[in-house]
Design a protein around this ligand. Structure first.
Ligand code: ATP
Ligand code: MG
Length: 329
């Protein structure tokens, strides 16, 4: 049995990219493994969050995890700030990190560029906190989207650096787990950029809780090209390639099969089929979400998840403290 950890930030409404790249793999993995899934609210505050909105989105995200099929009997679901060892080990990982390697992270460069002259230091130290999230659970595999590859690499580097420095195998070295498709869903309006929940352009993004008519409208208006032929070329036809990726991911097929299915059909017909397939994939999640969001069971599940997470996290953290000489007795 392997240990699995992953997290999603409550930094906006959950997107189809988050679902296809991350969340849908979480539920597949819970059957055979020891799983910890987290609402990473301390990562979300690396850019300013409105308190009332952050509070609401934390609950919404937890409800979506469950609506997507996460079973709290099989996996621990919890909120990052309720397990203090994350921030505690995060600080220690920060002390092990080099400014140069943090400055090289593409996520840092992208997000810092939007902040003008006052770049929050937390954007720079995001990776050591993420390393702490993962390493606290002695994680073997981290199911994430393609955009997190670099952060997984630095997590491995920090774990190895720590183990070498203190001459003890305190941390398990985790591996990235990328699913079969949908690992990098692109913006519908700028298909060379990834879809993100913090993107202000709502037409660029399909949200997991979008009404069917909005999904139809957004896909209908998605950027394509003038060729009107459904074939896969991510370089010259990024918009169509993205819609083909989305269709393949939600219907569990591949590009070649999508090309065959739509050969001789124009973009109008293809887009209608993509919208129908996305709506069909999201509908059951939306139904379960509506039943869960105001249900007190949500709090009970998060309380229980935090207890389990603290138990595991404190075992690792106590060991770190002892190995580093931070303990007094
Ligand atoms: P933000 O814009 O606030 O960073 P985000 O949409 O990137 O939000 P995160 O909370 O940073 O979401 O990431 C949650 C998970 O979703 C991660 O595993 C990440 O790799 C995955 N993910 C994010 N965007 C995509 C995408 N466009 N395609 C596939 N997976 C994605
Ligand atoms: Mg992100």
């Amino acid at each position: 049995m392997a240990v699995i950890f992953s997290g999603i930030q409550p930094s906006g409404n959950l997107t189809l990219g988050n679902y296809l790249g991350a969340l849908r793999n979480f539920t597949k993995m819970q059957e055979q493994n020891e799983c910890y899934y987290c609402v990473v609210n301390q990562h979300a505050i690396t850019v300013h969050q409105d308190p009332a909105l952050l509070h609401r989105r934390t609950r919404e995200l937890a409800a979506i995890y469950l609506a997507a099929g996460l079973d709290p009997e099989k996996a621990a679901l919890f909120v990052q700030s309720e397990v203090p060892q994350h921030a505690q080990l995060g600080w220690i990982m920060t002390t092990l990190s080099y400014v140069g390697e943090l400055e090289r992270m593409t996520q840092y460069k992208d997000k810092a560029a939007k902040q003008g002259d006052s770049i929050p230091a937390g954007l720079l130290t995001y990776p050591p906190l993420m390393a702490a999230d993962i390493l606290l659970y002695q994680t073997n595999f981290v199911p994430v989207g393609d955009d997190q590859k670099q952060h997984l690499e630095i997590t491995r580097d920090l774990a190895q650096r720590f183990n070498r420095l203190y001459q003890e195998e305190v941390f398990t070295i985790p591996e990235i787990y990328l699913g079969q498709g949908g690992t990098r869903v692109m913006s519908l309006q700028e298909p060379t950029k990834k879809m993100s929940k913090s993107d202000d352009n709502t037409m660029a993004t399909i949200y997991v809780l979008d009404a069917p008519k909005d999904i139809e409208k957004k896909i209908k208006r998605a950027q394509t090209d003038s060729e009107n032929s459904v074939h896969y070329d991510a370089e010259t036809k990024p918009g169509i390639a993205n819609l083909m990726d989305i269709y393949a991911a939600v219907t569990d097929t591949d590009h070649a099969a999508v090309e065959r299915e739509f050969s001789g059909q124009g973009y109008g017909q293809f887009k209608k089929s993509v919208a129908a397939a996305v709506i069909a994939a999201l509908e059951p999640i939306q139904k379960r979400y509506a039943e869960l969001i105001d249900n007190p069971v949500l709090d009970a599940i998060l309380d229980q998840g935090a207890v389990k997470a603290r138990e595991t996290a404190s075992r690792t953290y106590d060991k770190v403290v002892q190995v580093m000489g931070l303990d007094r007795k």
